[in-house]
Design a protein around this ligand. Structure first.
Ligand SMILES: Cc1cc2nc3c(=O)[nH]c(=O)nc-3n(C[C@H](O)[C@H](O)[C@H](O)COP(=O)(O)OP(=O)(O)OC[C@H]3O[C@@H](n4cnc5c(N)ncnc54)[C@H](O)[C@@H]3O)c2cc1C
Length: 382
């Protein structure tokens, strides 16, 4: 590891270790906001973004290392989910498709941790089927009239603005979507909060409702009908890196589980000496190392092109990272429960981590959708 990255990872670790997490590893909304500011001051949210937008222009690999450090010390909780959703599904499309004015007004405060934003894509009846969304924009001269009901939006009640994807009235098919930057104080926009029963600890997500919102054409991100391209770009970036903190969480879980297995005695010997237990630990290690290698390789392949907005991300590769890391994380959590025995079922932190891991199979598109994409890129018809 290069010294600058090492130092940054250590500073991230110090912030994460200083968080007052609850028993399940989550944060109350007020502590979440404090932690957000601390990460903003540290520069984590702008790490791979250009300096002129408040970032520090570090590589994606270095960013992955810092995010792993966040996960190792604070787990994959509400903070890690929000950081990932914002950096990859909001900041990266703003960098790639934003006008100079949009970058100045929206991207720079996000990179500095002075604002929060969330992607609003999913609707109650349109999850995997993104093109089936009912949210609609109607052209009215120089502006748009927008109506939409979005669900599952990460930190919706705490966001200052949203990237909202809707269909352009009268259009069908892949060229029918538009994406808009919508500030919270837009007339007609309301949010309602909910908590996941199974998801990152402390995560407050919500619905975002837009009722007869009038948006200027300058609120559109990219060209008219470019919304699907913007969405696919954002999702590829998100699928590559959103689970970087989960790799850190997996590392810590393995260490704690191995320590438990060395200490816990049954039939007069440590349970780690039973081959069944030792093999579970070995499986956890293999999944951890494979996850880290896949993540870092995917970052290395694209880091030169990221800032310049040059080469398109390899979306099949990004889908593979998200699918593999989430499945590995679930499997590691299940092995940890098994090794802990009944104690595993009494551990609020482990229960929350398993819930977060299960939800990671769904976020950024379910793993079935990732596999459809990977198969398509292999040339197989889905
Ligand atoms: C923790 C968390 C955070 C999230 N954050 C956000 C956010 O910030 N913004 C946002 O907009 N959304 C967010 N989501 C929503 C997420 O993107 C959706 O849950 C996901 O796309 C799946 O949609 P769905 O839940 O409606 O399931 P459905 O699409 O109804 O899928 C149900 C089942 O059917 C399968 N299925 C559906 N279609 C196909 C197909 N074509 N091929 C194969 N299988 C298929 C799925 O794989 C799944 O098993 C979040 C979700 C979670 C869990």
């Amino acid at each position: 590891m290069r010294p600058a990255v090492e130092q940054f990872a250590a500073r991230t670790a110090a912030v994460a270790a200083g968080l007052k997490l609850d028993q399940a590893g989550g944060l109350s909304p007020s502590r979440f906001l404090q932690a957000w500011k601390a990460l903003g001051r540290l520069g984590l949210l702008g790490l791979p973004f250009p300096a002129k937008f408040g970032g520090s222009g570090r590589s994606l690999s270095e960013t992955a290392i810092a995010l792993e450090s966040l996960g190792r010390h604070a787990g994959f909780n509400c903070l890690a989910l929000s950081v990932g959703a914002q950096m990859w599904a909001v900041q990266t499309p703003l960098l790639k498709f934003g006008s100079p004015e949009q970058k100045r007004r929206f991207l720079a405060p996000l990179c500095r941790g002075r604002a929060r934003a969330a992607p609003a894509v999913t609707e109650k009846e349109a999850g995997s089927d993104v093109l089936g969304m009912k949210g609609m924009a109607e052209r009215r001269g120089a502006s748009y009239l927008v109506n939409a009901q979005k669900s599952c939006v990460t930190h919706a009640p705490l966001a200052d603005f949203f990237l909202v994807w809707v269909r352009l009235a009268g259009r069908q098919g892949p060229m029918s979507l538009d994406c808009f930057v919508v500030p919270r104080n837009t007339r007609g926009l309301t949010t309602a909060a909910f908590r996941w029963e199974m998801g990152p600890a402390g995560a407050v997500s919500g619905t975002v409702s837009l009722k007869d919102c009038v948006l200027p054409a300058s609120a559109r991100l990219g060209r008219e009908c470019q919304g699907l391209t913007v969405f696919l770009y954002a999702m590829a970036q998100e699928r590559r890196l959103i689970l970087a903190p989960a790799v850190g969480a997996m590392e810590r879980r393995l260490e704690e589980t191995a320590q438990f297995a060395r200490k816990r005695q049954q039939s007069g010997r440590p349970i780690a000496s039973f081959q069944a237990v030792a093999h579970r630990l070995a499986d956890m290690k293999i999944r951890l190392e494979a996850s880290r290698a896949l993540l870092r390789q995917a970052c290395l392949e694209h880091e030169d092109a990221f800032e310049a907005g040059g080469r398109e991300p390899d979306d099949g590769r990004c889908a593979a990272v998200k699918a593999f890391l989430s499945e590995s994380w679930v499997a590691n959590c299940l092995d940890a429960v098994e090794i802990r025995g009944a104690a595993g079922c009494l551990d609020a932190g482990l229960r929350a981590e398993l819930g977060a891991a299960l939800s990671s199979r769904l976020m950024s598109g379910t793993n079935d959708i990732q596999k459809n994409l990977i198969a398509q890129r292999l040339g197989h018809v889905h």
